[in-house]
Design a protein around this ligand. Structure first.
Ligand code: ADP
Ligand code: ASP
Ligand code: MG
Length: 404
């Protein structure tokens, strides 16, 4: 069977008009003799609205019910797509995660797909039907509904492609591919024709929302090639694939940034062994992800300042945990939500000296202050004041000739 998995994101199914448009895209593949499996997101705004409603009900909404609530948006979009295909004379039905079932493991809101049962979908495809599968959701071994992280329909599509051995996995979204940086922020951003899993994973993890990071990990592990395209206009998109299938002379592939970081500084922390572990233990136990960390060298051998960044949504909880932590002593806690993390990504930096210097020099020339730095083999990240972000992205885009 020549199977293709088509994923439609929130904006692509954001209104009944849009659903009529994507139904035409789906039919174009049927006409090309593909067996089509759809992975659909909730209509744009719906999942955010459900999050808001949960907060109005309780600021401590139980995680199992939270997943039942958040997964409900996909039920609506799937039924609307199947309904439109039926109207146009095609056999189609919706499939929720538990009906297939798509089996997940791991915590609520952050579960991962372990298995997808194939029999019913295969039979349906053979009978000429178009299954419309709800993305973002699954069911765990206790028969509870789970979700797989915000933006998770990307991962649903990739796992469907894996389990059904699809010839193609196409991610239809509201931009026509992966760009050197967010094209909605930087007009000079350029479309990337082919990118490796490794670079895409870093770009996504460091803020390029176009693909969910977990989905790229799944694609890399299972060697699923991904084609990212626009559901709004016909044009060639971006292929995400193995590194050895790519030839490029670019040192840096892209610039990613986040807008929701917060910085926490503990001033005057007693400088003794184990203190950093004592600070981070309660954060880890409360699933708060600490990102960048710097500790200043103690000037008097007794006290030091320690700075770290977290997602700004976790700021309130973090402040509370730090203040209530009996194992540590410090003089003052200072928090700042007006920061952004900016990163350059590219496998070329492994073999090219001077990338760090060029990045810092380009920022210095624009008078942009760097607050924290962190690096890995294929990325360099800096923390900046949010007000400098756009200027900084522009400067780095230019420095590494990304618009060429
Ligand atoms: P969907 O609802 O289809 O899943 P998302 O909103 O999750 O779509 O992702 C698409 C958005 O990602 C684009 O509208 C764009 O603003 C943003 N984006 C951020 N960085 C990039 C990038 N490097 N390339 C393309 N889009 C990006
Ligand atoms: N509807 C979910 C979300 O908004 C999943 C997705 O869109 O991929 O996060
Ligand atoms: Mg998305």
């Amino acid at each position: 069977m020549k199977i293709v998995v088509l994923k439609f994101g929130g904006t692509s199914v954001g209104s009944t008009d849009r659903i009529k448009k994507v139904s035409k895209i789906i039919i174009s593949y049927i006409k090309k003799k593909y067996k089509v499996i759809i992975a659909a997101s909730a209509m744009s705004g719906v999942t955010n609205d459900l999050v808001k409603k949960s907060r109005e009900i309780s600021n401590d909404f139980k995680s199992d019910e939270y997943d039942v609530l958040l997964s409900s948006g996909e039920q609506m979009s799937c039924a609307l797509i199947a309904g439109r295909l039926n109207y146009l004379g095609y056999k189609s039905r919706s499939w929720l995660g538990w009906q297939i079932p798509i089996v997940t493991e791991g915590d609520f809101s952050a579960a991962r797909i372990k298995n997808i049962h194939k029999k019913n979908i295969i039979n349906y495809l053979k009978s000429g039907g178009i299954p419309v599968v709800a993305g973002f959701q699954g069911v765990n071994s206790d028969y509870r509904i789970t979700t797989i992280g915000r933006g998770g329909t990307d991962a649903s599509a990739i796992m469907l492609a894996k389990f059904f051995k699809a010839k193609k996995c196409i991610i239809y979204t509201d931009v026509d591919g992966v760009y050197t940086t967010d094209p909605n922020t930087i007009k000079k951003a350029k479309k990337i024709k082919v990118i490796s899993y490794e670079e895409m994973l870093e770009m996504a993890s460091l803020g390029a929302k176009v693909m969910q990071p977990h989905s790229i990990q799944d694609a890399r592990l299972n060697r699923v090639d991904i084609d990212v395209r626009s559901s709004f206009k016909r044009s060639k998109g971006t292929l995400i694939t193995k590194r050895k299938n790519i030839s490029t002379n670019k040192i840096i592939r892209g610039v990613s940034f986040t807008k929701n970081d917060a910085k926490v500084t503990l001033v005057g922390v007693k400088d003794k062994p184990g203190v950093a572990a004592s600070i981070f233990e309660p954060l880890y136990k409360n699933s708060i992800n600490v990102d960048m960390v710097v500790q200043n060298i103690s000037s008097n051998g007794k006290e030091t300042d320690l700075t770290f960044t977290i997602n700004s949504e976790d700021l309130f909880k973090t402040e509370k945990l730090v203040k209530n932590n009996k194992k540590i002593n410090f003089r003052k806690i200072v928090v700042d939500k007006k920061v952004s993390k900016l990163s350059i990504i590219g496998v070329g930096m492994i073999t090219t000296p001077g990338v760090t210097y060029r990045m810092f020099n380009a920022l210095a020339k624009k008078n942009i202050n760097i607050i924290v730095i962190s690096t890995s083999e294929i990325k360099i990240s800096v923390l900046l004041n949010k007000k400098d972000l756009k200027k900084a992205v522009d400067a780095l885009h230019k420095e590494f000739k990304l618009e060429k």
